[in-house]
Design a protein around this ligand. Structure first.
Ligand code: G4P
Length: 528
């Protein structure tokens, strides 16, 4: 197959949702359609159940599972689909943000009863900022939930999306009769038999047809006619360009558990979802069909086995063909590296691959060379735009609990930060180290991993920080900046890249500081 045809047949995407909306179930059903797995239950949920905070085995289990489900590739109808796993647990939100830099589109799963939930809001906001094309799947239609129109309103308002339904439910919960597929103009009747993976669809090219009354009964048929009329009057017509630009989001309804409405979603997805997209680097925009290979690291996974400290670095291929055993330039180190066993991931196995194409993900064994955001090329000096850091939510001093092992501790902290487990700040005043995380669970993960993988012990101490803000200053020589540095000396730190950070201890002090020093800007994101 021609290089450009290989690119055209690839779809790399992520499924995002609030925990429990049905992401794992939907993933599994998609894989069933691809014939990638034989039975339900093959995709392990990577959820951390409540109460697992102090259960280290659970953390380990979680890490093992998330390597297994990091990327799931399968073929459907001649299309190569790569699903990138995005942890739903909020303590791992950073991981998900980073994964979103490697997807070309997303599917957002929403629970019909719960509607838009907190984690969905955050993740969709990141996608919106990056104009990532999104399709919405409203799940669990076999249960009682919110009225479909009410839910569409909620999605528009809470998520600031512009939606257009491409399928519509006929009843719900106990009365759920099926789905009218607006996209394909047919009806799929709900039988509640999850084993049925090929659905019987009934063509309804004209909603006025009496066939509709025969199928649904005249009351439900009339309701559907009215609803579809309303949809046509109220919602914008589907427009592929608007969808690809992140300006219009098609909506599907279904029940993942019953494998209902999933085929409609998948068929539409492969026909409208973007092929691998061009990506901006600091130097220029790189197109997927360029001959020379380029790619970047978006995720690093530590080995489960504490005796082997090697890690797996996940590379998204942006352009060209990635070949096994060919030397590539590690731009940050300025040296060439060869990879003898790059892994590709399939639903039930990983395999060594000789070549991979744009849109694909390869896992490279790494002994500590890679950091999240690193770029690999055939020689060109390119830096793919970094993945911004967000202000952590939790902060603690980290102390060395075993003076004999300070080297190990330093190395461990260094590598865990490269993996993106947490952020490290060094206070300007006394060089004390502060760890910042998105969720409190990470502190335990770090402590556990430092001990088991690096033989180092640490303790934590509370530090009163509300937010870390990245400081932008136009004139470092100004009196204002000098005054700021003197007065706030106790609250200044540097992040791992050496950028100046101001620790605000409350929302109020952040506002006061901002109004006292108007020419200095305080950002909650490291890129500005
Ligand atoms: P997540 O990955 O988004 O966290 O959600 P997951 O797929 O694990 O689904 C969460 C729960 O919702 C599961 O039940 C799952 O069976 C159920 N579910 C998913 N899709 C549907 C659906 O279409 N209809 C209904 N009624 N339920 C659905 P659980 O009891 O929490 O887990 P399990 O013990 O069944 O695995």
């Amino acid at each position: 197959m021609k290089f450009t045809d290989e690119i055209k047949r690839r779809r790399t995407f992520g499924i995002i949702s609030h925990p429990d909306a049905g992401k794992t179930t939907l993933t599994e059903k998609l894989l069933l359609f691809g014939g990638a797995i034989q039975e339900a239950g093959a995709v392990k949920s990577n959820k951390i159940k409540k109460g697992a905070t102090s259960d280290f085995m659970e953390i380990e289990r979680q890490r093992g599972i998330s390597v297994a489900t990091s990327v799931l590739a399968f073929e459907y109808d001649g299309i190569k689909i790569n699903i990138l796993d995005t942890p739903g647990h909020k303590d791992f939100a950073e991981d998900t943000f980073r994964t979103l830099t490697a997807v070309d589109s997303v599917i957002v799963v929403i629970d019909v009863a719960k509607g838009v939930e907190e984690q969905t809001e955050k993740l969709v906001e990141v996608c919106r900022m990056r104009n990532i094309p999104m399709i919405v799947f409203i799940n669990k239609m076999d249960r009682e939930g919110k009225d479909a129109f009410e839910l569409l309103d909620e999605i528009e308002q809470k998520l600031s999306l512009r939606v257009t339904p491409l399928s519509f439910p006929i009843g719900m919960g106990y009365d759920f009769k099926g789905i009218y597929n607006i996209w394909e103009k047919n009806i799929n009747l709900f039988t509640g038999d999850p084993r049925k993976d090929i659905e019987d669809t009934i063509e309804i090219s004209d909603l006025k047809s009496e066939k509709l009354d025969e199928l649904l009964g005249s009351k439900a048929a009339d309701t559907l006619r009215e609803e579809i009329e309303l949809i046509e009057g109220v919602y914008p017509k589907f427009d592929n360009k608007a969808y690809l630009g992140g300006n219009l989001q098609p909506v599907f309804f279904g029940s993942a558990l019953n494998n209902f409405g999933v085929r409609e979603l998948l068929d539409c997805f492969i026909s409208i979802a973007p092929t691998p997209r061009a990506k901006d680097s600091e130097e220029r925009t790189v197109k997927p069909d360029e001959k020379q290979f380029t790619g970047f690291v978006f995720k690093i996974h530590a080995n489960m086995d504490p005796k082997h400290r090697d890690r797996l670095a996940f590379i998204k291929i942006v352009s060209g063909i990635f070949e096994r055993n060919k030397p590539y330039l590690h731009v940050r180190h300025g040296k060439n590296l060869k990879f003898s066993s790059p892994n590709a991931f399939f639903a039930e196995k990983k395999e060594i691959v000789d070549i991979s194409y744009p849109g694909d993900i390869v896992g490279l064994h790494d002994t500590g060379n890679f950091k999240i955001g690193d770029t690999l090329t055939e020689g060109e000096v390119l830096h793919y735009r970094g993945i911004p850091s967000f202000s952590p939510e939790h902060f603690r001093y980290i102390n060395n609990a075993d003076p004999m092992k300070s080297k190990q501790l330093e190395k461990g902290i260094d590598q865990l930060m490269d993996e993106g487990v947490a952020q490290l700040f060094t206070l300007e005043m006394n060089n004390r180290k502060v760890i910042g995380t998105v969720g409190a669970l990470q502190f335990e993960v770090i402590q556990y991993r430092l001990e088991h993988e690096y033989g180092a012990k640490c303790t934590y101490e509370n530090v009163n920080v509300f937010k870390a803000t990245w400081v932008e200053v136009k004139d470092p020589k100004s009196e204002e900046f000098k005054d700021f540095k003197r007065v706030k000396a106790k609250f200044l730190a540097h992040d791992k890249r050496g950028q100046l950070v101001f620790f605000a201890d409350s929302q109020f002090s952040l506002q006061m500081t901002q109004s006292k020093y108007p020419s200095i800007k305080f950002h909650l994101v490291s890129e500005f």
